[in-house]
Write a protein that binds this ligand. Structure first.
Ligand code: HEM
Length: 115
């Protein structure tokens, strides 16, 4: 599986697609889009975890925070869509998801591998 983590392209592709699917699902709730998004959560986790295993010794604390940020972002994205489906308020979880997404992206780009 080494070839999947020689660069960050796979990881970037998976989260970029997920963010697009998330906003599509938020705008127009759809079971199919939500299912596809859940598949991309798994792909983000696999690609992120492979990068983590390979590079985390470079800076264990920052890589640990990056992983935590990524996992929490996924959690809040999922909570936002589930709350929306149930007809509950989503502004709090949505703001949380967007803030964590931005923190995770900034943290990812600041870490030494990739761009
Ligand atoms: C929505 C969720 C996520 C977003 C938006 C995100 C975003 C990013 C970004 C922008 C980068 C930098 C890519 C580059 O510099 O070329 C990155 C790298 C990385 N991500 Fe994620 N990520 C997410 C989830 C995760 C998860 C769940 C994990 C761990 C299980 C993870 C682990 C990593 C690692 C280890 C790197 C390499 C860091 C480096 O550049 O040295 N990410 N991610």
């Amino acid at each position: 599986m080494d070839f999947l983590s020689t660069n960050t392209h796979l990881h970037i592709t998976t989260w970029a697609v997920a963010v697009i699917l998330f906003f599509i699902a938020l705008g127009k709730p759809s079971k199919g889009v939500h299912m596809a998004l859940r598949l991309f959560y798994v792909l983000i986790l696999i690609s992120g975890f492979l990068l983590f295993m390979k590079y985390n010794s470079v800076d264990p604390m920052m890589y640990g925070l990056k992983m935590l940020g990524g996992i929490l972002t996924i959690g809040l994205m999922e909570m936002t869509l589930v709350r929306k489906k149930k007809g509950k308020g989503t502004s709090g979880v949505l703001i949380g998801a967007v803030i964590l997404l931005l923190i995770t992206i900034v943290l990812g780009f600041r870490l030494p591998i990739g761009f």
